[in-house]
Design a protein around this ligand. Structure first.
Ligand code: F6P
Length: 342
């Protein structure tokens, strides 16, 4: 077979581990040829690729990022997008493509599948917000980075009696905020799924002061929003998939909390630090398992499917299920931890 591979959307630790596993098994076990498209769907549209060999993918398992590059290109934003994808398939004699991505990249893969293009999906994202898989690789690494940062901020918050706001990633889903906040013993956790009331946030912080704890840690997902009419926030520019560029709620909270409580408050925005660097062992293993399963799925002709972790097993699920809706934090799960706040 001739198989294409691409990585699309925001990068995350573990992408290279998938690429390596696909290439190893495709070449050594199936006798395939593999090409890697540059920068996500852009490489397919522009026919920009590199041959991938066992040699060219050696040593990449622990490396963060993606050797293929990534972008947020959306073929459906162009009238000739699907035609260009088909033309590249024909020119390169491709039997199919393995698309490694999150909601947007896999959303495109699912639509292309409906348009007759042979694609298999592999789910990645630090946000852990894809339905149909218990977890995506990249999340565990991001969680480690965020939790370690919160631990470090804790000690300096305590020394200076400050309120420290930590803004973590998570556009629509608060998994990173919730889990890193729980792991780091945060006093307030704000997630996109549940609009927050700034009065309640300040109330929790004041209560800690009354109880003799003069510092607090507030973990906020970048997509956390105040209840309508309670606090102003600014909107950012949007990408090809219509997502606004976020980042900013941390600094708004810093201002607002300090003004309302009179306690010295500082914000730290973790940003892309959470997406960079070497993957944790958990993410390396999950990514490797997904890669091996994806190339086997291609040989079974399981086009239109996505690899998924269900309990401890890797399964194949329809791509359409994975992108039908986001896996967000259920309100009851968030509320269960309320007793730990403040
Ligand atoms: O989807 C993963 C993610 O890291 C989100 O948490 C974040 O909102 C977004 O990507 C940032 O994207 P970019 O790097 O394009 O600004």
């Amino acid at each position: 077979m001739r198989i294409g591979v691409l990585t699309g959307g925001g990068d995350c630790p573990g992408l290279n581990a998938v690429i390596r596993a696909v290439v190893r098994k495709a070449i050594d076990e199936h006798g395939d040829q593999v090409i890697g498209f540059r920068d996500g769907w852009r490489g397919v549209l522009e026919d920009a690729f590199d041959e991938l060999t066992i040699e060219s993918t050696r040593g990449i398992l622990p490396r963060g990022g993606t050797i293929l590059g990534s972008s947020r290109t959306n073929p459906y934003k162009r009238d000739d997008g699907v035609e260009l994808v088909r033309a590249t398939f024909a020119r390169r004699g491709l039997d199919g493509l393995i698309a490694i991505g999150g909601e947007d990249t896999l959303g495109v893969a699912s639509r292309l599948g409906d348009d007759g293009v042979k694609v298999i999906g592999v789910p990645k994202t630090i946000d852990n917000d894809l339905a149909a898989t218990d977890v995506t690789f990249g999340f565990d690494t991001a969680l480690h980075v965020a939790s370690e940062a919160i631990d470090r901020l804790h000690t300096t918050a305590e020394s200076h009696n400050r309120i420290l706001v930590v803004e973590v990633m998570g556009r629509h889903a608060g998994w990173i905020a919730l889990h890193s906040g729980l792991a780091g013993g945060a006093d307030v956790i704000l997630i996109p799924e549940i609009p927050f009331d700034i009065d309640e946030v300040c109330g929790l912080i004041r209560r800690r002061h009354e109880r003799g704890r003069y510092f607090s840690i507030v973990v906020a997902a970048e997509g956390a929003t105040p209840k309508a009419g309670t606090m102003t926030i600014s909107a950012g520019e949007v990408d090809e998939f219509g997502h606004p560029r976020l980042g900013g709620i941390g600094y708004r909270l810093e201002q607002e909390i300090e003004e309302r409580t009179g306690y010295e408050t500082r914000a730290t925005v973790l940003g892309h630090v959470q997406r960079g660097g070497t993957p944790t062992p958990f993410d390396r293993v999950l990514a490797t398992r997904f890669g091996l399963a994806a190339i086997d799925a291609a040989h079974r002709g399981a086009w239109g499917k996505m690899t998924a972790l269900r309990s401890t097993e890797i399964e194949l699920v329809p791509l359409s299920h994975a992108v039908a809706q986001l896996r967000t934090v259920p309100a009851e799960e968030y509320r269960r931890y309320g007793v730990l706040f403040g």
